[in-house]
Design a protein around this ligand. Structure first.
Ligand SMILES: [Zn+2]
Length: 466
């Protein structure tokens, strides 16, 4: 079947409407603006100077995470939502994947700007995210024959994710898992903090047909598969959370030649913004999420040129309307139609990649550690507001730490340092020196990008010291 025909057939099913894209977007945008103006005191005030009707997307003032977090209670369209009660909910890690106020999923993120965010999702939005993933994501990568073969093998799905907190991925999959009832064991969440040999052993037994994880994890698994320590045959490898760069792609594809490797552009602000096509472009699910590539001045950037920022508008989630929200990523839209036949806008995202870090092992050799795994150790310490972890030498880290107000920094640091030491011991690394930095977490002064975990160049420093 031709991709275009297949796409048309699935369009109505996955969008829930027969309207053409532009009309559908405008209709959903009008409804979201009306909802925000009537029920969110924050937007009522922000939009007070705009006309009552006929408002275009570019008429809306852009919003930022800082603005929305500061106006948390007034931002919500449900007066029962309050920052105090959400904070209490988040503190209880047993509630990951449960519903706040019996209605809303709660996803926390530090995002690309390093600033903490709390996003509530209503039930309708979550149904849309999952419908997009199943109907537009998996369905377009797999043939009926693939699906039959996957069913025959038990349809085991492995999610290898940061867990232990209310992260979008872990919280969403925990909820999906519960909804599967007697089939809940088909979906398993593996924590990324698990040491690689243990993860490999468990995956070998589980034999997943779908793996959803970060590209750095998939690349590590590819290394294990190529070395013969892992022997699994997944149909789909979904990469999300970080950018999938070319070296990682090649490594994964050569280790799993029969698998579809698919990049998903995902965020807590909208779970599946775009799915990768056969031509390696992401296609924005722009019937439900609008992306505007803009410069630093919020002026539009034409297709074909990388943007400084991208504004996101979520047309699915009403409890916390996200309209022209500064996401911070640099995107480049494809000026001409994509040869794959998918008429949804095609784009690429720059600079989402964190490199895997190497530490000396207690036995011979090295231990590869995922930046996300180290980050999640620090992120989960109560009282941590913002942080940055920098490898300053093969066996040394320094941590920039900003704590919540009213919390003692030294006490938070003690817990953080102990957590990091336990993590490295569990990974089989030598004892890693961890130091608390005097300075606050900061963005790269040149690129303006904030990275939670990175390696400082120490080769030059070593030679100058010697
Ligand atoms: Zn395409």
């Amino acid at each position: 079947m031709q991709p275009q025909k297949a796409f048309r057939m699935e369009w109505k099913k996955s969008t829930g409407s027969e309207l053409p894209l532009a009309k559908l977007q405008q209709q959903r945008l009008d409804r979201m603006i009306a909802c925000a103006r009537s029920h969110s005191p924050f937007y009522r005030q922000l939009y007070q100077h705009l006309p009552v009707s006929g408002v275009a997307l570019h008429d809306l003032p852009p919003t930022t995470k800082t603005q929305l977090m500061e106006a948390f209670d007034a931002w919500a369209t449900d007066p029962a939502v309050s920052r105090a009660s959400v904070d209490a909910f988040i503190r209880d890690k047993r509630l990951v994947g449960q519903r706040y106020l019996g209605k809303y999923s709660v996803w926390t993120t530090s995002g690309t700007t390093g600033e903490p965010g709390i996003f509530l999702q209503d039930a309708a939005a979550q149904r849309i995210y999952n419908r997009l993933l199943i109907l537009r994501g998996f369905r377009s990568w797999l043939t009926w024959g693939d699906l039959a073969a996957m069913l025959q093998r038990g349809f085991h799905c492995a999610m290898i994710l940061a867990v232990g907190d209310h992260y979008a991925g872990a919280a969403n999959w925990a909820r999906v898992q519960r909804s599967l009832g007697p089939f809940a064991d088909r979906l398993r969440i593996f924590p990324i903090l698990e040491p690689l040999p243990a993860l490999v052993a468990r995956l070998s037994v589980f034999r997943p047909v779908i793996i959803i994880s970060y590209p750095s994890v998939l690349a590590l698994l590819a290394g294990e598969q190529s070395a013969g320590r892992l022997n699994i045959q997944p149909f789909v490898l979904c990469s999300l959370g970080e950018g999938l760069d070319e070296p990682a792609r090649q490594k994964i594809e050569s280790a799993f030649p029969k698998s579809h490797l698919v990049d998903i552009y995902a965020a807590s602000e909208f779970l599946c913004i775009g799915f990768e096509c056969s031509q390696h472009w992401l296609h924005a699910n722009s019937d439900w999420v609008l992306l505007e590539p803009v410069g630093a001045d919020h002026q539009p950037v034409p297709a074909g040129q990388p943007s400084a920022n991208v504004l996101l508008t979520n047309l699915a989630n009403r409890v916390q309307p996200i309209l022209r929200y500064s996401l911070g990523d640099s995107v480049t839209f494809k000026p001409e139609p994509c040869p794959c036949g998918n008429p949804l806008p095609a784009f690429r995202v720059a600079g989402r990649t964190d490199e895997t870090m190497i530490f000396p092992a207690r036995t011979a050799g090295n231990v590869a550690v995922l930046p996300m795994a180290i980050a999640s150790v620090v992120e989960q310490v109560p009282g941590v507001l913002r942080y940055q972890i920098i490898q300053t030498a093969p066996d040394q880290l320094k941590v920039r730490l900003e704590v919540e107000s009213g919390v003692e920094r030294e006490a938070v640091w003690d817990v953080t340092a102990a957590g990091l030491q336990a993590f490295f011991a569990n990974q089989g690394a030598v004892t890693i020196g961890v130091a608390l930095a005097g300075e606050a977490p900061q963005a790269n002064p040149v690129s303006g990008k904030f990275r939670h975990v990175y390696k400082e160049r120490w080769d030059a420093e070593e030679s100058s010291v010697a």
